[in-house]
Design a protein around this ligand. Structure first.
Ligand code: PSV
Ligand code: MN
Length: 388
């Protein structure tokens, strides 16, 4: 039996990157609701993200989305973040909101459009040098709505060539992560729909190209932990975009819709070395808080990941292996379930306190008055949203 005290030291290295856009307003195609206190600038988003880190000790980096987080001086933004105790993380490109990309970006049959999309990524790489970011994350909305609309095969070739140009522009320490998603906004075919397609492209690019697995980007019923195991085995799992979903790409709080699935994913991460000290896996959130409080929503998210990581670490792997090798079907299953059903919350609270953090980070944040302060101070200006 593995005890909490056996795994506590492993929790110390947990780091989860927050998406700047989680602090802005978001919604559905029906309505984007505003909330008092919502950031108006990238700086205000970073300030809110720093609060999550301050109370949980789990979120030392903030990912940016370009152009949503465009600023005149990225070095100054970096210093601003550092002064608040956080670093700037992954740079996410965006080729899904410009009129030019209506029929595709890196896969467009029009050379000028393709070049524009490539140039956007080159600009992102320049930004990465200033922000100190390691990862360029590419998610493409490219695809078609009707059979016959585009040539699926030649779009793959164009994509490969565009990616090659972008990859060639990366600095020595920088990485490219290619995110897949099975549908939306394209409804018939998507150019990077699944992990296999992303893998084929990043494998062709080289050692510093990896797959990004967004947990909301699969067909219902997909065994995501199997994909995690396979990508770790292939050495190509670069990052996670964590969130949860009931139906499609819901972008809800990770662990909210299906805590057991999050446990199973994190068990395979631990099992496959993805949580090891030198692991190449970056853990990120990609979420939207449409109706709930945003800062608390991000806190809940990182705490959910921490709780399920602790449970995954509690799996008695030696006993499990023995049961598996003996074909003890229900015995093996019981070992996994024992860890899943262990309530680690009291142990985690005590462990946090032993490290100078609040046992209940959400309660401590709520008592701090920060939320009331930003509601009072952030008056006027345009609240950040998907478009800004
Ligand atoms: C696409 O649905 C996605 O998951 C990509 O990561 C985008 O960058 C992000 O959402 C935008 O919210
Ligand atoms: Mn994502």
């Amino acid at each position: 039996m593995v005890q909490f005290s056996d795994i506590a030291s492993e929790l110390e290295r947990q780091a989860i990157e927050l998406p700047s856009w989680a602090f802005g307003n978001s919604g559905t195609r029906f309505k984007v609701f505003g909330t008092p206190g919502t950031p108006r600038t990238p700086e205000e988003k970073i300030a809110d993200a720093a609060q999550v880190n301050r109370y949980t000790g789990l979120a030392p980096k903030v990912a940016l989305h370009i152009p949503w987080d465009k600023v005149a001086d990225y070095s100054a933004l970096r210093s601003y973040a550092n002064d608040l105790g956080v670093e700037l993380g992954t740079i996410n490109s965006n080729t899904f909101q410009d009129e030019a990309y209506k029929f595709g970006s890196l896969t467009s049959s029009d050379p000028a459009t393709r070049q524009k999309a490539i140039d956007h990524h080159l600009e992102c790489i320049e930004i990465m040098h200033l922000t100190g970011s390691q990862d360029l994350k590419i998610w493409l909305a490219d695809g078609t709505n009707y059979p016959g609309q585009g040539d699926i095969r030649s779009r793959q070739d164009l994509l490969a060539s565009s990616l090659e140009t972008i990859y060639g522009a990366l600095g020595e320490e920088q990485r490219l992560v290619l995110e897949y998603k099975f549908f939306e906004p394209a409804f018939y075919h998507t150019d990077v729909p699944d992990w296999g397609t992303s893998y084929a492209h990043v494998a062709a690019l080289g050692d510093r190209a990896f797959v990004c697995l967004d947990t909301g980007h699969h067909a219902p019923g997909t065994n995501i932990e199997f994909i995690v195991a396979q990508l770790l085995r292939l050495g190509k799992l670069g990052s996670f975009d964590f969130n949860s979903r009931f139906y499609a790409d819901d972008d809800l709080i990770v662990g909210a819709a299906d805590p057991f699935q999050l446990f199973r994913i994190l068990y395979e991460v631990v099992r496959g070395g993805g949580y090891d000290v030198d692991s190449p896996v970056a853990f990120m959130l990609d979420q939207c808080h449409n109706v709930e409080e945003k800062i608390v929503g991000q806190m809940r998210s990182v705490l959910n990941v921490q709780e399920m990581t602790a449970r995954a670490l509690l799996v008695d792997r030696a006993a499990l292996l023995e049961a598996q090798n003996a074909n003890d079907v229900l015995g093996a299953n019981a070992i996994l379930m024992d860890a899943f059903y262990t309530d680690v919350r009291p142990s985690l609270a005590a462990w946090r306190e032993s490290r100078g953090l609040a046992g209940d980070p959400i309660a401590a944040f709520k008592a701090s008055g920060y939320q009331e302060r930003i509601v009072a101070e952030r008056v006027g200006g345009a609240q950040a949203s998907w478009g800004a």
